[in-house]
Design a protein around this ligand. Sequence first.
Ligand code: SF4
Length: 165
Amino acid sequence: MKALDYTGTQVNYFFVCRRKLWLFTRDIRFENENEYVQLGRLIDEYSYPRKKKQIEIGKIKIDFLDNKQGIIHEVKKSRKIEKAHIWQVKYYLYWLKSHDIEHITGEIDYPKLKKKEAISLTEEDIKAFEDIFAQMKTVLDKAIPPEIINKPFCKKCAYFEFCYV
Ligand code: SF4
């Protein structure tokens, strides 16, 4: 896959678990069966009904765009894997910048926690993406999935039964 062909979810999963990235990319999915994933969708759907306007551009799907402020929003339910959320939003900003859409910033909204976090894309981030994309390619070129990672959050992962049972 080329850099800008990734979805935000794939970039997110790269930071969460490389095995998850590998499985998801091969369309091995159990998302509908997992209650935590369903909870995330519900929060996503009902948190900002008036402002919300999900937009899809190419491979990226942005939860909603605040047109007036020029801010893209990503809605998440917890801050447990915040690094993954941050890089997902940075990827959206990177993708937009690569398509000449500049002067946009990002925000992660945690409606359950009543918190939000501003996200921007720096020159260092742009350089970091070269390495991130190279590492994602290495993971996805593997013939077999990467090893199980044995993290506490595995219990809430849609692939838990697939990995451990
Ligand atoms: S259960 Fe754990 S090891 Fe398996 S895909 Fe999910 S995060 Fe990765």
